[in-house]
Design a protein around this ligand. Structure first.
Ligand code: NAD
Ligand code: TYD
Length: 350
């Protein structure tokens, strides 16, 4: 069945991979990318699909309800996959309110518009993309399952947890059909170089210090971004309505081990003597309230839907480094701020 699918945050890291996957795979769908293009939204991420006849871009802020209503009306939106968010923990520590505005109020705005525009709620799906960080920190072993109680510790995870609760409340109270997925840390092309992996790749190439928070012993569970996009596609089409699915690749790494792996691989790729880049590692003051460990139990999505990651970590990291090395202009544009001009140069006159 054809759909007019609204994807929010499609100019961001994960959203851009999802938009590209869906535009190319579902030619009969209209894919509408709604994004207000914050510092993290980059239309250069979507060059591959910008001329596609089933792809549409709407520069709209989730806080602008009238504009959300217009987009629903103009495109006759049938379904939503909601990714737009403020996504960086360090930024949430310095400016929590920005996270409340976009992640909580923005999500509630979108829920309200969906609820009011969809007269037959049975025919529509609201898919909310969330994070494993809502479960808190695993300090004593074990994994996050779909039953783990919420225990968010950072302003970012608190705002995402609040948005998840609102999505569930709209199902319980109004009968909106929803699905929520909670995914582990993603890595891959198009990620803004403020997050650990692209930041280190960028700094290694430029011989700049690699800031490792605390002792570097915090653990994250890493998934290649395209595998996350594949999982969203599968759950959107085949997941059980009203359910939550955790998405992860059983791939835990201490931060310091990741940084060392990046140094080793980049010394090889840049023909530098072994050990050159490790000298850039600089231990810095720890992040406030730094969660020790995240680890996803991804058995539900595997057993119920047959999803598994397609890429092993070392292969994914190698591909990611190659992408950043080959896309120097992309990196230079985002670090200089030039990418913000892409919209006015390529879209505004359409
Ligand atoms: P990102 O920061 O790269 O992209 C976010 C996008 O949302 C940007 O394009 C930005 O312009 C847009 N946006 C922000 N505020 C907006 C607003 N008020 N109105 C309209 N658009 C707005 O984020 P990401 O890493 O791609 O994450 C996408 C989603 O996935 C988020 O909901 C995040 O919580 C979730 N998630 C991320 C990870 C990860 O490792 N990055 C892991 C699990 C879940
Ligand atoms: P990040 O990529 O910001 O993702 P998240 O905080 O959502 O997990 O950080 C990943 C881990 O790397 C986290 O434990 C914090 C740490 N980190 C550093 O040690 N140095 C850095 O410069 C950054 C950005 C993160």
């Amino acid at each position: 069945m054809s759909k007019n699918l609204l994807i929010t945050g499609g100019a961001g890291f994960i959203g851009s991979h999802l938009v590209q996957l869906l535009v190319e795979k579902y030619k009969s769908y209209k894919i509408i990318n709604l994004d207000c293009l914050t510092y993290a939204g980059n239309l250069e991420n979507l060059k591959a699909v910008e001329g596609a006849s089933n792809y549409f871009f709407e520069k709209v802020n989730l806080l602008d309800v009238a504009e959300l209503e217009r987009v629903f009306d103009e495109h006759n939106i049938t379904d939503v996959i909601h990714l737009a968010a403020e996504s960086h923990v360090d930024r949430s520590i310095s400016d929590p309110l920005a996270f409340v505005n976009t992640n909580v109020i923005g999500t509630v705005n979108l829920l309200n518009v969906a609820k009011s525009k969809w007269t037959d709620l049975d025919k529509h799906l609201f898919y909310h993309v969330s994070t494993d960080e809502v479960y808190g920190s695993l300090d004593d072993g074990g994994f996050f399952t779909e039953e783990t109680p919420y225990d968010p510790q950072s302003p970012y995870s608190a705002s995402k947890a609040a948005s998840d609760h609102f999505v569930r409340a709209y199902t319980n109270t109004y009968g909106l059909k929803t699905v929520i997925t909670n995914c582990s840390n993603n890595y891959g092309p198009n990620q803004f170089p403020e997050k650990l992996i692209p930041l280190c790749i960028h700094n290694i190439r430029n011989n700049k210090p690699l800031p490792v928070y605390g002792k570097g012993e915090n653990i994250r569970d890493w998934l290649y971004v395209v595998d996350h996009a594949r999982a969203i596609d599968l759950i959107f089409h085949e997941g059980k309505v009203g359910e939550t699915y955790n998405i992860g690749g059983f791939n835990e790494w201490k931060n310091i081990d990741i940084v060392k792996l990046l140094c080793k691989k980049m010394d090889e790729k840049l023909n530098r003597p072994t050990g050159t880049s490790e000298k850039l590692i600089t231990y810095v003051k720890d992040r406030a309230g730094h969660d020790l460990r995240y680890a996803i139990d991804a058995n539900k999505i595997k057993n119920e839907l047959g999803w598994e990651p397609s890429l092993q970590f070392e292969e994914g990291i190698s591909k990611t480094i190659d992408w950043y090395l080959e896309n120097e202009t992309w990196l230079n544009n985002v670090t200089s701020g030039n990418y913000q001009k892409y919209y006015s140069e390529h879209y505004q006159d359409r």
